[in-house]
Write a new protein. Structure first.
Length: 389
């Protein structure tokens, strides 16, 4: 269980430092933006939280004061919640309202910080064993300190979750909408951390041992911080990542269509507008090349219509794996007919039951993405039929 908690701590720390470094790389062009400054401060405080956590794991004192690292870790965690709320305000509200509400959250954060410091020293925090700050050990003042800290974490989680949904629906920017949705997920997971931590504290105070279930707090904390770190940076890299994923998907589709396109091209060379090539020579023209490949496959298929035999073996999709979906069965059926038609055209044999009209059945060719996905399935089935010969 100790290993699991340490691993969770490392995940949360690495995600925080990675997010901070990434955002600091944008400091020159973004420093004048209030939201950016609040974001950098939030990530810096996250890193301070986990830096203090490392100190706690290695020593009982910091700067000569017992458990001071625990106090600083908790105070920086409070500040993270406050600044995260301020970031949300700058993302989602007008400047005047954001300034007004920011003032409220700063005052609240200062008040909670002062209360935690007072409780820490009144409860003789420097003289307590560090384990008291995990469970409370039944000491009323330590329990009060811990519950105030947990409340300071839980309340912002609730407010952030309540605000993110409506604001995400209002914004027109896709990257900001993704950030707000992820921020709401982080708020839910961190609220679960607060709940699990409260259960750990109260059961320990009541003398109950819940065993391995105490690790849930660490799991929720690591997951919540990792999601929070992503949500605070995704607005700047989300669009680029989406474009990269779309490019990778298009490239895979382009390559997957090649065996089917190659055989249709060999059967009907006039379908090709540009010189043929098995691979993309220039990444920038991938979209054009994919469109051409789809069009050329369609044109090659139409040239085969007089040779297509709807009664050929496999035309019912029986070549598909047992339990395959109806769509995959249909893809295998189309692939079997194309394979038979290519052979018939090469040998000059017209089938008795040929079909010289129509198109791939039940497909909306106006939706290019759906068209590519469908033809990719047909090409995959065609390749499997060829390899099974």
């Amino acid at each position: 269980m100790t290993t699991t908690k340490t691993l969770c701590f490392v995940i949360a720390a690495l995600s925080s430092y990675a997010a901070l470094i990434y955002r600091l790389c944008q400091v020159r062009r973004s420093w004048r933006d209030n939201a950016y400054r609040a974001l950098v401060i939030t990530l810096l405080l996250q890193c301070v939280t986990f830096t203090m956590g490392v100190v706690v794991m290695g020593s009982d004192s910091f700067l000569g004061v017992g458990n001071l690292a625990i106090l600083l870790m908790h105070l920086s965690a409070v500040a993270v919640c406050v600044t995260a709320q301020i970031i949300l305000l700058h993302w989602s509200t007008a400047d005047e309202e954001a300034v007004r509400k920011t003032r409220y959250w700063l005052i609240t954060g200062i008040a909670v910080t002062a209360l935690l410091i007072a409780l820490f020293f009144i409860a003789d925090g420097p003289g307590r064993p560090p384990s008291d700050f995990n469970t409370g050990s039944g000491q009323p003042l330590i329990l009060t300190y811990l519950l105030v800290f947990i409340t300071s974490q839980a309340v912002p989680c609730v407010t952030i979750f309540r605000q993110c949904g409506p604001y995400a629906r209002m914004t027109d920017k896709a990257s900001l909408r993704q950030a707000l949705r992820l921020l709401s997920v982080a708020a839910v997971v961190l609220f679960l951390y607060c709940t699990a931590r409260t259960v750990n504290i109260l059961t320990a105070a009541a003398g109950f041992d819940i065993g391995a279930w105490t690790v849930l707090a660490s799991l929720f904390s690591a997951a919540g911080i990792a999601i929070l770190s992503v949500s605070l940076t995704i607005s700047s890299w989300g669009d680029s990542a989406a474009k990269l994923l779309n490019w990778a998907h298009s490239y895979r589709s382009y390559r997957a269509l090649y065996p089917l396109w190659r055989d249709l091209y060999e059967s009907s060379p006039d379908i090709v507008l540009d010189p043929p090539g098995a691979a993309v020579s220039d990444a920038s023209d991938l979209n054009y090349r994919l469109h051409r490949r789809v069009i050329e496959i369609r044109d090659g298929w139409r040239d085969l219509r007089p040779y297509i035999d709807r009664t050929v073996d496999g035309a019912d999709g029986s070549a598909a794996e047992p339990g395959a979906s109806e769509e995959f069965r249909q893809a295998f059926a189309e692939a079997a007919q194309i394979r038979q038609a290519l052979h018939a055209k090469r040998t000059g044999t017209l089938p008795d039951d040929n079909e010289d009209t129509g198109d791939f059945h039940d497909r909306d060719t106006d939706n290019f993405t759906a068209e590519v996905d469908w033809l990719t399935k047909v090409a995959s089935a065609y390749r499997k039929l060829d390899s099974a010969r």
